[in-house]
Ligand binder design. Structure first.
Ligand SMILES: NC(=O)c1ccc[n+]([C@@H]2O[C@H](COP(=O)([O-])OP(=O)(O)OC[C@H]3O[C@@H](n4cnc5c(N)ncnc54)[C@H](O)[C@@H]3O)[C@@H](O)[C@H]2O)c1
Length: 341
């Protein structure tokens, strides 16, 4: 596509999955993304697909995503359906020749991940994975400090991710659980911030919050320690029931200094009295904290498609984060450090 056509073209984007995050992507695609518009919505839950389509421009809707993949007007697909469905839908979208934005994780096993990513590579279609924190101005400032040398060579990073409520166990289980829905973001951040690949991971984890998770092979608290090829070390602290709300902080310590980021708050007022200094708890959850960033990541995806430039977070990142999540879980189950290839 030459640059003049790129400027004129508006991409038609199909959304698969009209749940919590899918509805947010639909709102952005309908009103807030330059160069793209929502073309259709698919969800196995007919009422959900219909409502999402009606609320976002009255676009077409279906319970079978294959109908949208067969539509020649569709340029790109946003996959925001349940975690277990990602490999099949990404594979089918790649075979249909569509550009793909897939929510994380690409899969819950290496075999399923390879099936989907292999199809993407064979088809040669553009692919972005939904690691929105890479487009968050706070995390990006840490990355900038590392790339520019402001803190020298990164030695240690501490990543904290604590959710405000215990994981919901639905009729089909837990989706990706702590490893594939939650830790995978931090594992991606670890690679991205350290600008390096992990060579070993060790996990300590357990069930402290939601008794009964064990029967799904799940945990609700986890700490991971990663060692990187250049010698750097990263700790990841995941907790699923933070009493003070959504907590995502990071610090990187390097040879010339350190850089850290705090949470985002509804206001920055500090009330001082005899009992202490008080300020608001952080913004409640991911949709509040990253609202603008979820829009920006889709805008970047669309810009890369229109300008025919490489995806900024793609197949390699989907593959590497999955390998780390699988290894983190394996380390917990086998109670030993796992080496990465
Ligand atoms: N990047 C992030 O920060 C972030 C945040 C939340 C969720 N997610 C990811 O997004 C995905 C969806 O999460 P959610 O919280 O919106 O879940 P959700 O349960 O609210 O929604 C999932 C939707 O997918 C639909 N669905 C299931 N199978 C389908 C199929 N075969 N075809 C079409 N639709 C199907 C369900 O009916 C449901 O409406 C998960 O993989 C999750 O890990 C990412």
């Amino acid at each position: 596509m030459d640059s003049e056509k790129a400027i004129m073209k508006t991409l038609n984007v199909a959304l698969v999955g009209a749940g919590t995050i899918g509805r947010m992507h639909a709102r952005h695609l309908w009103r807030a993304i330059d160069g793209a518009r929502l073309h259709g919505v698919a969800d196995v839950f007919a009422d959900g697909a219909k409502a999402c389509a009606e609320q976002n421009g009255g676009v077409r809707w279906t319970t079978d995503y294959n109908e949208l993949l067969a539509d020649p007007a569709v340029d790109a697909v946003v996959v925001a359906s349940a975690t277990d469905t990602h490999p099949d839908i990404v594979e089918a979208a790649a075979k249909a020749g569509k550009a793909i934005f897939s929510e994380k994780p690409i899969a819950k096993s290496i075999a399923d991940g390879e099936r989907a990513l292999g199809a993407v590579e064979r088809a040669g279609v553009p692919f972005q994975i939904g690691f929105q924190r890479r487009f968050d101005p706070n995390f990006a400032r840490i990355k900038q400090a590392i790339v520019s040398g402001e803190i020298g060579k990164p030695h240690i990073a501490h990543l904290i991710s604590r959710d405000p409520g215990p994981p919901h166990v639905g009729p089909v289980g837990l989706g990706g659980g702590i490893w594939f829905d939650m830790a995978i973001h931090d594992l991606d951040m670890a690679r991205w911030l350290m600008d390096d690949e992990a060579v070993e991971i060790y996990t300590q984890a357990g069930v402290m919050i939601a008794p009964g998770l064990e029967k799904f092979g799940e945990v609700d608290v986890a700490v991971m320690v990663l060692r990187f090829a250049n010698g750097g070390v990263v700790t990841i602290d995941n907790h699923t029931d933070s009493a003070y709300g959504y907590d995502q902080r990071a610090e990187v310590i390097g040879s010339k200094g350190a850089i850290s980021i705090d949470n985002t708050y509804p206001n920055n007022a500090v009330l001082s009295n005899a009992a202490g200094l008080h300020h608001s708890v952080p913004l409640p959850y991911f949709l509040d904290r990253y609202q603008a960033v979820y829009r920006d990541e889709i805008q970047v995806f669309v810009n890369c498609l229109l300008q025919n430039t490489p995806m900024q977070v793609g197949v390699k990142d989907a593959r590497a984060s999955l390998a780390l999540a699988v290894a983190a879980k394996q380390s917990h189950e086998e109670k030993r450090p796992i080496k990465l290839g």
